[in-house]
Design a protein around this ligand. Structure first.
Ligand code: 6PG
Length: 257
């Protein structure tokens, strides 16, 4: 497993710019080599600025939107225009302002079905998009990840039975803030991504960032500690506050990743 690349920015704005540069580069490379770029977006509040940047110059013109296919790592079970919808946030900050074909956008259809059914519909969507035969798993070119203060990623919360899922791509779950029914991708999907891009900011995340990156005694106790891309690349984009408890020799400050 390759060492994660950890890049610390002065503040959340610079961190979002560094992540936008990296994402743009990955999209260009992937489209050049395979003709398309598949990415799963993260929810929560941290990626909003990244999405806004991607929708503005110079990123907007550099990203080959016609060949970009977007999915989500998780969704709260609310309508797509609800204030708590991860899709709504991405739509307002990004999708409404870029020339991506509507057919390339694969939101989790949590408003059409009960959460369990929504999870299996989403799995079916992934199966078709990645043309998977039985037993095969999706391999996203990029998965964006946020980090909860207690170590959750997407909607995989500590002690949740969803963490033990080893067959399904997506499952129904509940919890988080806001505490809602949710649909989330499962660990085997995250762990097969070609690129994992973490985006974490703020002092409230400093101790969980250290726990995850230093792989303490029992990393499996926090869901984030169980995310490891076996063959892909892992990028951690942090602001100074979130990185404040890391050892100096672990990190590279400033510059581009
Ligand atoms: C969700 C998220 C969740 C989020 C983290 C970080 O739907 O709630 O996908 O996993 O990424 O909670 O959220 P913030 O960026 O708001 O801190």
């Amino acid at each position: 497993m390759a060492q994660p690349l950890i890049l610390i920015s002065h503040d959340a704005e610079q961190m979002s710019q560094e992540a936008a540069n990296q994402l743009t580069q990955l999209a260009q490379q992937q489209v050049r080599t395979s003709g398309r770029f598949s990415a799963a977006l993260a929810g929560g509040s941290t990626p909003k600025r990244l999405y806004e940047l991607l929708a503005s110059e110079p990123y907007r013109s550099r990203i080959p939107w016609q060949s970009v296919y977007l999915f989500w790592g998780d969704e709260r079970c609310v309508p797509p225009d609800h204030p708590e919808s991860n899709f709504r946030m991405a739509h307002e900050a990004l999708l409404s302002s870029v020339p991506i074909p509507q057919t390339n956008i694969h939101r989790i259809l949590v408003d059409w079905a009960d959460p369990e059914h929504a999870a299996s519909l989403y799995e079916q969507t992934l199966r078709e998009f990645f043309r998977l035969s039985a037993g095969a798993w999706p391999e996203f070119d990029l998965m964006l990840l946020g980090l909860g203060e207690e170590g959750h990623i997407a909607s995989l919360f500590p002690h949740s039975p969803a963490l033990r899922e080893s067959h399904r791509f997506a499952v129904a779950t509940t919890g988080g803030r806001p505490n809602l029914p949710r649909v989330t991708l499962t660990l085997p999907v995250f762990n097969r991504a070609r690129n994992l891009l973490w985006l974490v900011a703020g002092p409230g995340k400093a101790s969980i960032v250290r726990a995850v990156l230093e792989r303490g005694d029992r990393p499996e106790e926090v869901p984030a500690g169980r995310v490891t891309s076996a063959s892909g690349a892992t990028f951690w984009f942090l602001d100074r506050a979130a990185a404040s408890l890391l050892r100096k020799d672990q990190v590279r400050a400033g510059g581009s990743a």
